[in-house]
Design a protein around this ligand. Structure first.
Ligand SMILES: C[S@@+](CC[C@H](N)C(=O)[O-])C[C@H]1O[C@@H](n2cnc3c(N)ncnc32)[C@H](O)[C@@H]1O
Length: 184
């Protein structure tokens, strides 16, 4: 009798746990983001350093890395310059990795990673935007970038904005080109 009572109680407890978990799982599936527009390839650290130096990052800046991978650009901006950093990546694996790196870097009060589509995110608070995407994605982003606050700096690794928006500066960093624009 006692054993039967415990079995019934255990089954009831299991049913409660399953009913609580099911909506969460369904919600997660419903909000799954689409596939990335470009695969993950990290920017070498010396190029990250050169991009942030080119943008003249200071502690007053809010640095947005659009497609932030393992988080190295926002984390470096916070560590080296005391800037605030926001990283946006559509791939939850990258966000997990970036948050692990952030925990090690001990600048968690300055940096946030958002699992979002960069084309859907409000980036209006940015004062610096960093990119390592593709030429076509830079062109797609161009109208959004041009609406940012005057004085906002944009730095892109490897890819420019085509003839429509020539860069103000370029720099070679160990065979890789970085491009710089400011919002007028
Ligand atoms: C070439 S990696 C650059 C990573 C990092 N910015 C760096 O320079 O080391 C491009 C990143 O963009 C992310 N990505 C691709 N499409 C995206 C989208 N629509 N929204 C947000 N992130 C995206 C990928 O998951 C990948 O991590």
């Amino acid at each position: 009798m006692r054993v039967r009572y415990f079995r019934v109680a255990a089954l009831l407890a299991l049913a409660v746990v399953v009913s609580m978990a099911a909506p969460a799982a369904a919600q997660q599936a419903a909000t799954k983001l689409r596939d990335p527009d470009v695969i993950y390839v990290p920017t070498p650290q010396e190029v990250v350093d050169a991009m942030l130096a080119m943008a003249n990052v200071t502690s007053k800046d809010v640095v947005y890395d659009l497609g932030s991978g393992d988080g190295r650009i926002p984390i470096t901006a916070a560590q080296k310059y005391g800037a605030r950093g926001i990283g946006i990546d559509i791939n939850p694996e990258r966000i997990k990795e970036a948050n692990e790196n952030l925990a090690k870097a001990k600048v968690g009060d300055k940096v946030k990673f958002l699992n979002q589509d960069l084309f859907e995110t409000d980036i209006s608070q940015a004062t610096v935007v960093t990119l390592y995407l593709l030429p076509s994605l830079n062109l797609k982003l161009m109208p959004t970038l041009k609406k940012l606050k005057p004085g906002t700096r944009i730095v892109s690794h490897s890819f420019d904005m085509g003839s429509e928006w020539p860069p103000e500066k370029t720099q070679d960093v160990n065979g890789r080109t970085i491009y710089y624009w400011t919002i007028k």
